[in-house]
Design a protein around this ligand. Structure first.
Ligand SMILES: O=c1ccn([C@H]2C[C@H](O)[C@@H](COP(=O)(O)OP(=O)(O)OP(=O)(O)O)O2)c(=O)[nH]1
Ligand SMILES: [Mg+2]
Length: 144
């Protein structure tokens, strides 16, 4: 599928790192590096603007390496980019480690997965179809 993109970043377009990768890595566009104190969050620019077709969204997700090694994750994960959004793609990072973490200009800070989604119409009803599970959840199965 072809997707329109405007690239105002100094970097090349986001790429799949391997042939069958689901995510396109996103690079931070920063004047200077950004410092994140423990539990601090910051919105990081990407310099990218995309135009998704109707019925698609982009999900901004953490990179597992950064999460494991540095405790950096995407606070609103998965971030939702709507098909009608025309603003700059931004990544909301949070530092969940107990140390300050420095993010440098050009670091790959998150990955973006393009996904299909449904658009639904509600059928408002008085009651729902009965099932074996019923209202059970939160570890209800396997209990005696
Ligand atoms: O990680 C993110 C999440 C969102 N957005 C942009 C694209 C998205 O289409 C728009 C709105 O996002 P969302 O619906 O999550 O935010 P909201 O708090 O509900 O704001 P709004 O009232 O503008 O929808 O912000 C980003 O750039 N990065
Ligand atoms: Mg919204």
């Amino acid at each position: 599928m072809k997707v329109k993109i405007v690239n105002k970043s100094p970097f090349s377009l986001p790429e799949y790192q391997t042939e069958l990768s689901a995510g396109l890595d996103l690079r931070a566009v920063l004047e200077d590096g950004v410092r994140l104190a423990p539990l601090e969050r910051k919105l990081v620019a990407t310099g990218l603007y995309i135009e998704l077709p109707a019925g698609f969204e982009a999900q901004i997700r953490p990179r597992s390496g950064m999460a494991f090694k540095q405790g950096i994750t995407v606070l609103n994960s998965p971030g939702t980019i709507d098909a009608d959004y025309r603003g700059e793609l931004k990544v909301l990072l949070v530092n969940l480690s107990n140390q300050e973490v420095v993010i440098e200009h050009g670091d790959r800070v998150a990955q973006m997965v393009i996904a299909k989604h449904e658009k639904i119409e509600w059928v408002e009803s008085e009651a729902l179809t009965e099932t074996k599970r019923g209202e059970g959840g939160y570890g209800s199965t396997g209990k005696k």
